[in-house]
Design a protein around this ligand. Structure first.
Ligand SMILES: [Zn+2]
Length: 209
């Protein structure tokens, strides 16, 4: 059995030059580590410490004896591994992307998993994406016309514009200037170590309302 909360953690990926390039899930991070294209970067006593997969497994055993509230562990029947917060691709030299990719994950992150009509925060399973101006009325599929929306607001709105449905958007949807997927975890103390690797412009949470 695997700990689902731990599996939902995010991991910051650095390139060879310690530049933040993206955020991935734990499963993907562990795969990268295991295949030795990556190493864990941990901050210990204000110093960066690098661990390969084997040494990270060893250190996980030690940390596991005295678990801290800001640590997550993945438990399987045979072993337990501490969830890394940062990994570094030791052979990857490309520089970070500056364009924010238009996808579900980034749309949800931009809107902070909050329905843009009723304001409720919801898990991804209870969220959908809404075309503010419906496609049937010529609405585009882009940053400016798609918002995060809970399932019930979405069905209430149906194929209408917000005005027609008597609903109001909390804020005007815009294209984010920096990767919104980076902003959400920064509010969580478990991801404090990310701050060292993110430029100030990225570290500012995306908050439009
Ligand atoms: Zn709603």
């Amino acid at each position: 059995m695997v700990d689902t909360q731990a599996l939902e953690c995010s991991v910051l990926v650095l390139n060879r030059f310690y530049m933040a390039i993206r955020v991935i899930n734990v499963r993907r991070a562990l795969t990268l580590l295991y295949r030795s294209g990556a190493e864990v970067i941990a901050i210990e006593d204000d110093q960066y410490v690098n661990y390969d997969f084997d040494s990270w497994c060893e250190v996980s055993q030690l940390h596991g004896l005295d678990k801290q509230p800001d640590e997550d562990y993945l438990r399987t029947p045979n072993f337990e591994i501490q969830v890394p917060r940062i990994i570094r691709l030791t052979r990857y030299e490309k520089v970070p992307k500056t364009v924010v990719r238009f996808n579900r994950r980034n749309l949800f992150a931009r809107d902070q998993h909050r329905c843009q009509y009723c304001g409720q925060h919801r898990p991804v399973s209870l969220l959908s994406l809404d075309h503010v101006i419906p496609r049937s009325l010529g609405g585009k599929t882009n940053w400016e016309n798609i918002v995060c929306c809970c399932v019930s607001c979405n069905s209430r709105k149906g194929g209408r514009t917000p005005t027609q449905a008597g609903m109001k958007l909390l804020s005007k949807p815009v294209k984010p200037q920096s990767n919104p997927a980076l902003a959400t975890p920064l509010k969580d103390p478990r991801y404090a170590s990310w701050k060292s690797f993110l430029p100030q412009a990225v570290a500012v949470p995306y908050d439009n309302g």
